[in-house]
Design a protein around this ligand. Sequence first.
Ligand code: RAM
Length: 349
Amino acid sequence: MFGLQRKRRVGVAAAVVLGVALVATGCAGGTGGDGGGDGGGGGDDANLSITMLPKNLGNPYFDTSTGGAEEATEEFGGTFEEVGPSEASPTSQVQYIQTAAQQGAGGLIVSANDPEAICDALDEARSAGVKVVTFDSDTNPECRDLFINQATAEGIAKVQVDLIAEQIGDGGQVAVLSASANATNQNAWIEMMEEELAASHPDIELVEVVYGDDDDQTSFDKTAALLQTYPELKGIISPTTVGIAAAARYLSTSEYKGTVALTGLGTPNQMREYVEDGTVTAFALWNPADLGYLAAYAAQALITGEIAGEEGDTFEAGKLGDFEVGADGGVLLGDPFVFDAENIGEFDF
Ligand code: RAM
């Protein structure tokens, strides 16, 4: 694995530099962690059994973040397993949190489907000694120890607004195809996209936000419905890897291919064919493997007592280097990166 620094050449104003590890492990399975342990504590007795709980299973984005977390856990000598629901609904993660706590996990890494709905279960887990790290999509700050943030919400919002503005000539109707209606991350990004549109793009009208629930078929159907409802639609922003891939698939065989723009957040492997066939010009993301890797090291630092999770605490995250805990227990990975026809061939995740 190695890092690569690239700058995007076309006119997107947001900082779009990212160290990208080119080879994702793609491994979503556990290493067979037995989940045993003494409930935490530092030194040699530290309970380094890590449980990874994505929003849902079957999403390549989370397969890649799980691969990164598993790699980190192997490096620091812990045990690892991934669990998760098939549906990204608000309470579907509760049972997995309860089981992880009962089995004596040392650390739980979770991308939340809802900022509030899993908080009681997380409180119980933390009372039982489990260190809780959210990544990708946060809970309310008081429900976890740390949140590993892929990039600032402002940066993620701005890069998508800049891309759609560029692609539709800075005017006309656009819609958002989001993930689930309660998702903390998408909702924060959409709010900031609305602000950015109002402030800097008065001729772009956001006509509707629809929800595909991070489900491929639902997202596909919602795309079709948007195009029927809004015949003047010039663009779709989908801030979810599931949504943008489903929307691209719909557009690619429809009469709207090349005339209705599509951008948002996608994985290069899912979007490659749609960039190559001209359905999509450019979209953004970060490296999900790095995000999972950083989250696992953060859990380790909490478990060993290296950090308490207070603002100003610093910890080492293997090949990614040193990180500092910011306000509200947030740790920032980096900046979003823009993928297009020129660079997409260099990425494999
Ligand atoms: C989907 C999920 C995830 C989000 C990415 C961009 O995979 O909703 O939470 O961060 O898209």
